[in-house]
Ligand binder design. Sequence first.
Ligand SMILES: *[C@@H]1O[C@H](CO)[C@@H](O)[C@H](O)[C@H]1NC(C)=O
Ligand SMILES: *[C@@H]1O[C@H](CO)[C@@H](O)[C@H](O)[C@H]1NC(C)=O
Ligand SMILES: *[C@@H]1O[C@H](CO)[C@@H](O)[C@H](O)[C@H]1NC(C)=O
Ligand SMILES: *[C@@H]1O[C@H](CO)[C@@H](O)[C@H](O)[C@H]1NC(C)=O
Ligand SMILES: *[C@@H]1O[C@H](CO)[C@@H](O)[C@H](O)[C@H]1NC(C)=O
Ligand SMILES: *[C@@H]1O[C@H](CO)[C@@H](O)[C@H](O)[C@H]1NC(C)=O
Length: 380
Amino acid sequence: MVAHKTLLGGLLLAPAANAATHQMIIGTFSTAFLYTVEFDDTTNSLTLLKNTTTPYASQWIALSGDKKNLYGNTDTSAFDLVSYTIADDKGSELIYNTTTVIGTCATGAVHVEANPVAPNAVYGVTYKDICGGVASVDAAGVVVESEQNFTYSDSSSLHGIGLHPSGAYLYTADMGENAVWTHALDATTGEVTLVGNSTYSGGDPRHVNVHPSGQYAYSITEHTSEVLVLSIDNSTGLATLVDGAAYSILAENATGSHRGETARVSATGTLLYATTRKNYSDETSTQGFVSAFTLDGTTGELLSQDFIVPTTTGGGSTSGASNMVVPSLYDDDYFAILDHGEVGFVEMWKRSEDGTSAEVVAHLDLDDGGGCCSNGVWLS
Ligand SMILES: *[C@@H]1O[C@H](CO)[C@@H](O)[C@H](O)[C@H]1NC(C)=O
Ligand SMILES: *[C@@H]1O[C@H](CO)[C@@H](O)[C@H](O)[C@H]1NC(C)=O
Ligand SMILES: *[C@@H]1O[C@H](CO)[C@@H](O)[C@H](O)[C@H]1NC(C)=O
Ligand SMILES: *[C@@H]1O[C@H](CO)[C@@H](O)[C@H](O)[C@H]1NC(C)=O
Ligand SMILES: *[C@@H]1O[C@H](CO)[C@@H](O)[C@H](O)[C@H]1NC(C)=O
Ligand SMILES: *[C@@H]1O[C@H](CO)[C@@H](O)[C@H](O)[C@H]1NC(C)=O
């Protein structure tokens, strides 16, 4: 009886790979290409579908809610956004549209996100700097105009943003202020108004990702490699760090100074995956880690930490740049890890059936002389 129940639960909660192909667009740190790769979940193979030459390298890329447009930062010294039309379902036809300055800082955007809720504004922030920018899009979703320039505080060093599922709030991880900021978004213009912040004296929040319930957000700290849980106030949208909810994603044998990378919720909201990079104080170190947490799928409450497993490398380059985790859209157990190095690569990982580990099921090198790979977005 028990076994029967377990089997049923397993079938319901973890749909098997569904005999399909899944496409991801990948950006680079320094080479002006966008890569479209495809994962086949029956053969467990990753292939390069398209190599698109672009006007700029985009270290950060984001999709519009309808997946018809791709936005990225540029490798110029301006705080601007580049906008592409995705002209086919597989993301292999990317057409350059516009480049738009979205803020006053003379520093590039480090993180870009698009609001899937109208008016579908696009948001960016600057790293080691204090600027945010809001851009508006035309009817086809192409970034066409700077909508609002705003700043955080004098000590800010902004690194990541996340949107509330209602489309009504923007959250910003600030490594300078050791804070996560909440801004309310105007439903007509997309412009921001400050709601408040929540600080963590133990480390520096780098990225922030909101659960689909809208009740919790998760942040990763860079210099302490911890996952933080924030609870979101239903009436004001303010995200506040939950006391004591800081979970290290470093294995016990980890030494030196690792740098937390990102934390992201899985397809149905039942897991949180987080990665950290190598010990950057040791040039010979190559070990980064990926960790998984079980969440209450309805509320987003964090229930348990399930594993910490070494990644294939630790982010490439001498300091460790990437090791980005991007959960799949179709199965909570599958996630991609992108990495940088002399030869960048993308891998597909699968969580074990008992949830206590994960392993690589497919690997694809993307050799462009050391530019790839920074961030990726799944189309399907
Ligand atoms: C964006 O590119 C598409 C495809 O070429 C084109 O139809 C559209 O007019 C362009 N929009 C802008 C604002 O450049
Ligand atoms: C934001 O600043 C940029 C750079 O100075 C400028 O081009 C843009 O017009 C400004 N946007 C607004 C809404 O004022
Ligand atoms: C963060 O919020 C606190 C409490 O409201 C406030 O005192 C502080 O000035 C804020 N920090 C910044 C950098 O604005
Ligand atoms: C508050 O709850 C309502 C109703 O469930 C929901 O629509 C809204 O998005 C929530 N707001 C926040 C900030 O979670
Ligand atoms: C470090 O610990 C992890 C997790 O326990 C283990 O998988 C890995 O093999 C260890 N690495 C070394 C170098 O011992
Ligand atoms: C993409 O194409 C460019 C130009 O042909 C080439 O230099 C680069 O190495 C290619 N990237 C990959 C991963 O093959």
